[in-house]
Ligand binder design. Structure first.
Ligand SMILES: Nc1ncnc2c1ncn2[C@@H]1O[C@H](COP(=O)(O)OP(=O)(O)OP(=O)(O)O)[C@@H](O)[C@H]1O
Ligand SMILES: [Mg+2]
Length: 400
């Protein structure tokens, strides 16, 4: 067996494009409506909408890789510009982030080095760019209008001799509720279609909440983008990923163990990576059997709880009574699959213990107050976030 040095799982990072699995339909659609159109000289906007950890960033990076590849390799010869705008509060910040990201590109796009020379301190042999922060800060305010930013992007395109630019704004959660962001994005798209600065594929990544929030801020923005749902992935893709990843480190996975890990990830790619990662580090003999999988699930549940579920919810769910109620909810998920939620009626029928029955309404109230579940209709509930549901299911797995 190989010495363990690197896990083939990425619980904290977007998956490298070469290991990306599934989402074929979504990618076909993005190719046809987005990349193909932009390569043909038009502009288009997408909103990649998905819950936390469903793979928005991974998808965006995969799309950028496709975009940048030359036409002979099935790509589109576009310049990929990825900007994570999590910490930005104003238009000037936004311009600064774009400029910084563009400067970093010159590590791989030689042609941009001279054009962006002013903003670069140094490019190492390995293409790592050290950015000159004061030059970026000085220039950014001049780029903080839609016209100026588009002019800059058009220059980037010309200098790099590409057919257009793919501009990804990731992590928009922070700015989505601001007064200026929706308007800015709308006028970026409008100004470009009127003035024809450049073929531009604009990609925004955020949660469904944030898309709604942006629309609430500025209704007309809804017309500019094509919303793409980044949902749970298919069980077949999860299976394929797990198998390939374990094979790459020469670990064999028993069928029952594979089924178990696949099922409990609930199509949630982040949970899949956590389960896989825990199993990888736990493994001692190069084979993951059912017992190993059960052990991995138990520990992965803790990790999911610790990292991704609100502390208060986790504490509450550890209480003796709620644990028992939750075990029944978990069993229900195991029977009916993820995303179905639960009803008061069924739960009361299954709890089969007067003490638990008496506590059920309190449980629901408390979980609602903490934002863990939402009411779908009278007496019908669902988990507000898929990762909470995955957590509950893992905690209720058969070993308990
Ligand atoms: N298509 C995929 N194939 C394999 N792994 C994936 C895929 N999509 C996402 N992942 C994995 O899922 C996890 C979350 O992915 P990613 O960071 O892209 O999601 P996100 O929606 O951007 O999350 P966040 O809301 O936290 O920004 C990572 O571990 C990533 O490697
Ligand atoms: Mg992300």
């Amino acid at each position: 067996m190989m010495e363990k040095s690197r896990s083939p799982f990425y619980p904290e990072m977007p998956v490298p494009p070469e290991e990306f699995v599934g989402r074929k339909d979504v990618i076909d659609r993005i190719r046809a409506r987005g990349l193909g159109q932009v390569a043909a000289g038009r502009s288009y906007s997408l909103f990649l909408e998905g819950e936390y950890g469903f793979g928005k960033t991974s998808l965006a990076q995969y799309v950028m890789r496709l975009a940048a590849a030359p036409a002979e390799e099935g790509g589109y010869n576009l310049l990929p510009l990825y900007v994570s705008i999590g910490g930005c509060a104003t238009r000037e910040d936004l311009a600064q982030y774009v400029l910084r990201a563009a400067t970093t590109l010159s590590g791989t796009w030689q042609a941009l080095r001279e054009f962006l020379g002013r903003f670069i301190n140094q490019v190492t042999l390995f293409g790592v760019v050290s950015v000159n922060p004061s030059a970026v800060r000085e220039t950014a305010p001049d780029l903080a209008t839609p016209d100026a930013l588009l002019g800059f992007l058009a220059n980037l395109r010309r200098t790099s001799s590409t057919g257009g630019v793919v501009l990804v704004f990731d992590e928009i959660n922070g700015v989505a509720s601001s007064d200026w962001f929706s308007q800015f994005i709308k006028s970026l798209a409008d100004t470009n279609s009127v003035q024809g600065y450049l073929p531009l594929l604009l990609v925004l990544c955020g949660t469904p909440d944030r898309r709604r929030q942006m629309i609430a801020r500025h209704r007309p923005i809804e017309r500019i983008w094509d919303p793409i749902t980044v949902d749970a992935v298919d069980a077949a893709d999860v299976r394929e990923y797990l198998l390939k990843a374990f094979r790459s480190v020469e670990i064999r996975v028993a069928d029952a163990a594979l089924e178990m890990m696949t099922f409990y990830s609930g199509g949630h790619p982040r949970v899949m990576h956590i389960i896989g990662d825990v199993a990888f580090w736990q493994d001692k003999d190069g084979v993951i059997d059912e017992d190993d999988a059960i052990q991995a699930l138990t520990d992965a549940a803790d990790e999911v709880g610790r990292k991704f579920v609100d502390r208060q919810i986790v504490d509450e769910l550890h209480s003796e009574t709620y644990r028992s109620i939750l075990a029944v909810v978990g069993q229900r998920i195991l029977k009916r699959g993820f995303g179905e939620g639960f009803t008061r009626r069924d739960m009361l029928a299954q709890l089969a213990d007067p003490r638990l029955e008496r506590n059920f309404d309190n449980f629901v109230q408390r979980m609602r107050a903490l934002g863990a579940i939402a009411v779908v209709a009278r007496g019908e509930y669902r988990f507000s976030l898929p990762i909470i549901e995955a957590y509950v299911a893992m905690r209720a797995h058969p070993a308990e």
